[in-house]
Design a protein around this ligand. Structure first.
Ligand SMILES: [Zn+2]
Length: 240
């Protein structure tokens, strides 16, 4: 896995972006649905969005954002077993030689749907359905999420996540669920927000109170839409 050589946050960014691009190609190649939506002469988004604020600290947030809607249409980074496998490997939640089947990819997508419900409830201050809480707890208890202790001559003692060849999805879901529980109950839970640049549906951790956009691109779009609305209003007034 070439991309695994990259380390650090910059590496994580490029890994994610590469994965998104690859998945976009995969999805585009496979489905005729999800056409590029254009409006007001806008063109389809030129490149995948970088991870939303907080997504590099919280894999659960990035996981929730693996289903995204943009002007280019809906993009599901877990749409196929191959895409889901790639996503897990890029996020170091599965070994490089992992193979997922559709059944596992489907369970990942189901956990993601429940996680999105939980994040939305946290943001809205509402009580989520018990089913959504249960989904996280099932993932938490089906496999150990903790990194295990290893000890050898070359490295001394170190911790590494368990990556058994079987139950890859269970271990990945346990790690995601553990992070989700921490995110929802920890200090970043207070700063969770949904991107306000329609149609974007990504979640983010607000870096400051005024920030409600997941990316520069979404912020620019909101500003452009406001400017367009202002111009339209002015044109309407002068035409009256
Ligand atoms: Zn956004």
């Amino acid at each position: 896995m070439r991309a695994r050589a990259a380390t650090g946050s910059a590496g994580a960014t490029s890994r994610t972006a590469t994965g998104a691009a690859a998945a976009e190609q995969a999805v585009t190649g496979q489905t005729a649905t999800g056409p590029a939506v254009t409006r007001q002469g806008a063109t389809a988004d030129p490149a995948p969005l970088p991870p939303a604020p907080g997504a590099e600290q919280h894999v659960a947030l990035d996981f929730a954002n693996s289903e995204l809607t943009s002007r280019a249409g809906r993009l599901d980074l877990l749409a196929t077993p191959d895409a889901a496998t790639r996503w897990l490997i890029e996020h170091e939640l599965a070994p490089d030689d992992a193979v997922l089947y559709e059944y596992c990819a489907g369970r990942l997508r189901e956990l993601r749907a429940q996680l999105r419900v939980l994040l939305a409830s946290r943001i809205d201050g509402t009580l989520p359905p018990a089913e959504a809480v249960r989904a996280v707890n099932t993932a938490l208890t089906t496999a150990p999420a903790a990194s295990l202790l290893h000890w050898d001559e070359a490295h001394g003692p170190y911790r590494a996540p368990a990556h058994p060849a079987d139950r890859v999805a269970e271990h990945a879901m346990a790690a995601i669920a553990a992070d989700a529980a921490e995110l929802l109950t920890g200090p970043d839970g207070e700063r969770l927000a949904a991107c306000s640049a329609s149609p974007c549906n990504r979640f983010l951790v607000r870096t400051h109170a005024a920030r409600h956009w997941c990316s520069v691109r979404c912020g620019d779009r909101v500003r452009a839409a406001r400017a367009y609305a202002r111009r339209t209003q002015q044109a309407k007034r002068s035409g009256e």
